[in-house]
Ligand binder design. Sequence first.
Ligand code: HAM
Length: 416
Amino acid sequence: MNRTLRGFRDILPPDSELFSAIEDAAREVFRLHGYREIRIPTLETKELFVKSTGDTTDIVEKEMYAFTDGGGREVAMRPEGTPGVARAYIEQNLSQGGRNAKLFYIGPMFRAERPQAGRYREFTQIGVECIGNPSPSADAESISLLVKVLEKAGAPGCTVELNTLGCSDCRRAYRDQLLGYLKLNTEALCEACRRRVDRNPMRALDCKVDGPWLADKAPHISLCPGCVEHFDRTQALLKAAGVDFKVNRTMVRGLDYYTRTVFEVKAGALGAQDAVAGGGRYDDLIKSMGGPAAPSVGWAMGLDRAALVIKAAGAAPEEKGPSAFFVASGKEAGLEAFRLMSDLRAVGIPADYSNFDLSMKSQMRSADRSGADYAVIIGEDELKSAACSLKPLKGQAGQESVPFAGLASRLAVKPA
Ligand code: HAM
């Protein structure tokens, strides 16, 4: 028997319905904030991610599903959405007219990480990118948007953590300072950090082994006045928007393109993989890819993780069966039931059935299991009188006879 690959999974009802409900909530909030949908390919050139996500990041170094296709092209399954959106912005000339692009995407991402609770090799991100706006108001709006999506989706207990990494100038100066410190302390570094220290000293700050002690001991970044002002203003705007957050000076994020503001949303309910969402500003990425100067900010939320948070809080939407479950015996009754079902569905009343060729007893068992409000029973007597028997399935007593012609209006009235 064929089985799913490790880290890949089937999302079944009711989880799939919870996923859709979160997507619907996000789409509604995006619409209110002027974000429009972009659909980008799942497969891109490998080079796109090497150059934007960063060749010393874990994602590109170890986790990418990259391969040579039949035509000899080096391609990769997208591990994240930002590089593809940035590529599309340049390739499709979205900067035309000097307008900011406010785009969202929803779709699967692929990372060959070690699977564990909340960490999969295929997972879904809901992400946004606001391209072309250098103002701290774009940072604050983006973060507040994220909080609103989580609220609307019903995910409680989420905390926003905020930091600034400085602009490219601050980072350049800091990089040299940090490299000097790390070189003096090479012995104390883990093997991976030692290996990449020259190529990307900043990665050590994000390392699970060395990050914690470096946060204590290594020199901290000193920010230029522009970056201080940007960070202060972002915080003031977040407060004005009523967004709770805490500053976490040790947060660096594991992707190369960030400048200035970075943020994560954590949820205690998730355990080790506690980041529901992460994002930040990337002022230089699009230019470095050959596009126009387009300072940008965005985030991505792990849909799978948001669903875990909602489920852990018992806040998943109640499972709902159809209004009417049809039970019919005989060919003629089956025909009538089929017609009535179609009438109900046409006016927006959910209706279902199992199989009219089965015994009434077995059909009633399915009706009981279906979570329907009513069983609509059609046998010989009902056919003769052109009225079905309506049997409540949710604890109410009694059965009533409802003329076929009046069934839709009777069912439009919700049971008490
Ligand atoms: P990221 O932090 O790599 O950022 O991923 C964002 C979110 O995706 C994480 O917080 C987590 O919820 C989810 N996620 C990541 N990996 C996995 C996994 N293996 N299994 C389940 N969920 C996962 C980015 O991807 C950036 N592109 C975000 C961004 C957009 N920055 C600016 N714009």
